[in-house]
Design a binder for this molecule. Structure first.
Ligand code: SF4
Length: 249
């Protein structure tokens, strides 16, 4: 999932998946689509067909819906013995429907084999994530790949959702609250209106970190600073001490 501020923050971007499709209003200026287009222009054939120019409403580069699972990148985290903060799929969304249960399980099997690292997963498709986390299918598929049983959910996974307006807060937070993660975080970038998070933050104490900020680039939509301040106030009231404010240009 491609929130720009988060991308700058992670220490290792694990590009095991590429490509996506817009899921909501927050995707309009998808930073990952622009990056994918740049890679294609630089001669990277693996990025062919991932993006197209859109003349609709908000002109710009957008994803076509094509998804690529990169087996050549699968074991990348295992190369690092020292602990790292790793973002899974910064140029995509792991729970996009084009990624199969088997592919997602391959990713989580590597995560299970690398307890020295913290892995961040950011999605706009938390409904599918919740289903896979709770119906036993993902755990079973990971165990089959590892050949052993595991404690679920994995302790070294940080689960986050991206929220941009109150419609998405309502739609995604209800599923997010049910997610049985050990550590959760929120990414509100861009903030398109003052988000009403208060009751959710009070209820779910596993939400321990948040990233809030605006959109970047020449065609970026404006963020009202009062909305950012409003969100920050709610996070402060919920005593979410770990908060990153992000204002890319
Ligand atoms: S879900 Fe994330 S990666 Fe996919 S189009 Fe939207 S912003 Fe881009």
């Amino acid at each position: 999932m491609a929130d720009r501020g988060f991308c700058q923050w992670a220490l290792l971007k694990w590009n095991v998946i590429l490509g996506c499709l817009a899921a909501s209003n927050g995707c309009t200026r998808c930073w990952a689509a622009l990056e994918s287009h740049r890679h294609q222009c630089s001669g990277s054939t693996i990025h062919n067909g991932l993006t197209k120019w859109s003349e609709k409403g908000n002109m710009g580069w957008t994803f076509t819906g094509k998804a690529v699972f990169r087996e050549d990148m699968l074991n990348r985290p295992k190369l690092h013995k020292s602990p790292l903060t790793i973002w899974i799929g910064p140029a995509s969304d792991l729970f996009y429907k084009e990624f199969t249960l088997d592919q997602i399980a391959q990713v989580y099997a590597v995560v299970a084999e690398c307890p020295q690292h913290d892995f961040f997963v950011l999605t706009k498709r938390v409904k599918r994530q919740l289903q896979l986390y709770t119906d036993g299918s993902l755990k079973t598929a990971v165990e089959e790949k590892l050949g052993r049983s595991i404690a679920w959910p994995l302790r070294n996974v940080r689960d986050g959702i991206s929220i941009e307006d109150n419609k998405m807060v309502k739609q995604r937070m209800e599923h997010f609250m049910e997610l049985p993660s050990h550590f959760k975080f929120l990414s509100a970038q861009p903030v398109l209106e003052e988000l009403e998070l208060g009751s959710y933050l009070a209820e779910d104490k596993r939400i321990k970190w948040a990233l809030i900020g605006n959109e970047a680039g020449p065609l970026a939509r404006k963020t009202d600073p009062r909305d950012i301040i409003g969100v920050k106030k709610q996070l402060d009231e919920a005593r979410i001490g770990n908060m990153t404010m992000c204002y890319p240009l």
